[in-house]
Design a protein around this ligand. Structure first.
Ligand SMILES: CC(C)(COP(=O)(O)OP(=O)(O)OC[C@H]1O[C@@H](n2cnc3c(N)ncnc32)[C@H](O)[C@@H]1OP(=O)(O)O)[C@@H](O)C(=O)NCCC(=O)NCCS
Length: 246
């Protein structure tokens, strides 16, 4: 049984399966930490939450959260952020992604990334919170822009993703410091402010084959026999450049 399965990913082929760890003791600990995380007490500050997240990562396989079912459940239930199996890094920090963010499998998220899914209503008389979120009640008149980030996406350090970007394709690279204002095609490398495609990782026919193959739907244990295929340049140098499309 793989580490991810032990930690709650028996249904690993389902994109974002969210279960507690397996085994009665680990299940109990996972459930307890999940509940403790949600406590609404004065001492439940940022440090408290950080400590709980660190304990969970330690108990559920390390790897910057890549194997943790409990952490994924916390992100989904407390922050409305879905994180696919094997994705790892800063995406488990609560400040990284706003509500309605979906991150696919095997993604890598570098420090200080910000995924923003909401604007203030610019067509209201005032853009101040008193207009769209009166008395800090549940009523929030802003329109969220859900974002769907594909699989095996690498998001570099200090990236900002803005609400008009609603889809980042599988295999895309977002260069360090990029400000992404539009959708990113699969396997594109985008850089700069505003982010533009500098090139693609592979030639179009290789991209088409990878998009069809969907290797990321497999469990890591299934991929390991073919590990050599993943540890060297895959399909030669790519000269294909394109435009960032909506
Ligand atoms: C995007 C990236 C992967 C491109 O790497 P690369 O293929 O080696 O690209 P090059 O260095 O050949 O750059 C290609 C062009 O894009 C520009 N460019 C590259 N990265 C850029 C960036 N982050 N921002 C702005 N422009 C960038 C280069 O200046 C170059 O422009 P030119 O053709 O006009 O000279 C890399 O530059 C990057 O940003 N990596 C992220 C690193 C990171 O955040 N790591 C965190 C730890 S995981």
């Amino acid at each position: 049984m793989s580490r991810l399965q032990q930690n709650g990913y028996a249904q690993y082929s389902a994109r974002n399966s969210l279960q507690y760890p397996k085994g009665w003791f680990m299940t109990l600990i996972g459930k307890l930490l999940y509940k403790l995380y949600g406590l609404n007490a004065p001492f439940c500050n940022l440090l408290y939450h950080e400590v709980i997240r660190k304990i969970i990562v330690k108990l559920e396989g390390g790897g910057k959260g890549m194997y943790s079912g409990t952490l994924r459940r916390i992100m989904k239930d407390y922050y409305d952020v879905e994180i696919g199996a094997y994705s790892r890094g800063y995406c488990f920090e609560p400040g990284c992604a706003e509500r309605f963010t979906k991150i696919g499998r095997y993604c890598s998220v570098a420090p200080n990334v910000h995924i923003i899914t909401i604007n203030h209503p610019m067509d209201f008389k005032s853009m101040h919170e008193f207009a769209w979120h009166p008395d800090e009640s549940d009523t929030d008149l802003r329109e969220w822009s859900p974002i769907d980030i594909g699989n095996d996406v690498w998001i570099g350090r200090d990236v900002i993703i803005l609400p008009k970007c609603m889809h980042i394709g599988d295999g895309a690279v977002i260069g360090a410091g990029a400000v992404v204002t539009r959708d990113v095609p699969p396997f594109a490398i985008v850089v700069g402010n505003p982010a533009r495609v500098v090139r693609y990782r592979f030639e179009p026919e290789v991209i088409a084959q990878l998009v069809q193959e969907k290797w990321w739907e497999h469990d890591l244990e299934e991929l390991l026999p073919d590990i050599e295929e993943f540890r060297k340049p895959y399909a030669g140098v790519c000269s294909f450049k394109g435009e960032l499309t909506n």
